[in-house]
Design a binder for this molecule. Sequence first.
Ligand SMILES: [Zn+2]
Length: 388
Amino acid sequence: MSDLWINNVRLGSRPEPVSIVIRDGRITSIGDPPTDWSGPTLDGRGHLALPGLVDGHAHLDKTLWGLPWRPHSAGPGLAGLVENERTNRTSLPPVRERVSSLLQTYVDNGTVLIRSHVDVDPDNGLSAVEGVLEAAASLDGLIEVEVVAFPQSGMLSRPGTAELMEAAVRNGASLVGGIDPAGFDGDAVTHLDTIFGIAERNDCGIDLHLHDRGSLGRWEVGLVVERTRALGMEGRVTISHAFCLCDGDPSIDGLLEQIADCGISLATVAPGSVDPLPLDRILELGIDICLGQDGIRDLWSPWGDADMLGRAGQMAWRAGYRRDEDIERCVELATWRGAKALGREDLHLEPGGRGDVVLVDAATPAAAAVTKPPRSAVVRDGAIVRSQ
Ligand SMILES: [Zn+2]
């Protein structure tokens, strides 16, 4: 919890320089320089100030970060990907080692919060969850990592997994996950009843992977809405990917209204293979939505680089955005708006917000998403983490 006066920075598309004053790790003013100041200062050099970056959907435990380049080796389809991971992951260095290296890169890029789904299954037990939590702890509070106990290889189809997921949320995981209750796990009702049961017993949130497309996926969204309402879990449920809301079907709007009504948030990773979510309508309805990296250089895909500014640019590119104001909304998903979707209201760059500031040499947030400049400074809780 530090004091810091950051002078000569710009906000948004406004050209005039301002000062950001942080006291006890909180932003107390943005505008004029402080009249009396004896604490540390940071010269912003006219650079653009952004809020701390947020990754709302990652898979840290799978990363090959820091290891030699590995050509993608999976067979076709989801089964090929799962099998490729199961056979190759045992030869990898420990989770803690790989994730520590990746988290350091996230921190250097200005990231302050990550929600990571972490595999839980009868082969691995809770070892990946423990490895990710240890790696996060080793960064000494520089970055927050929320862990979702995630049944990557199935829950009902792999007996013992649900019990392990419950053990995970009792031992450091913040949320319980799920995966394609119908399309992958074969029984949507039992899958959802199980994970909502774990959430209810342990007073934790839910973040569900839903790749199931079309009417199947939309039926599952309806089941999620129903259970969210029945258990009073408004504001504590996230649907990740939600490909079934991307195909323009006329029934989607009604479903979005229900999602808005029961405070379900959405997470997207701007995938190359599916049309983008209807972002304008989502924001118009007040639905919280975050952006994520998904996997970062792993056995599932060689993509991902722990830079949420670049991912914001990728999202804008996928959506066909060209205007600054449209591209800037994607940066919001990678910063304060994404944080809000994870239930954090205080990671905004405004008085009262936490003293997290990322400086980049860019004209506007849209320019930053397009050009992905190196971070000239990263400030966390008012302390300078990186400056160059
Ligand atoms: Zn995922």
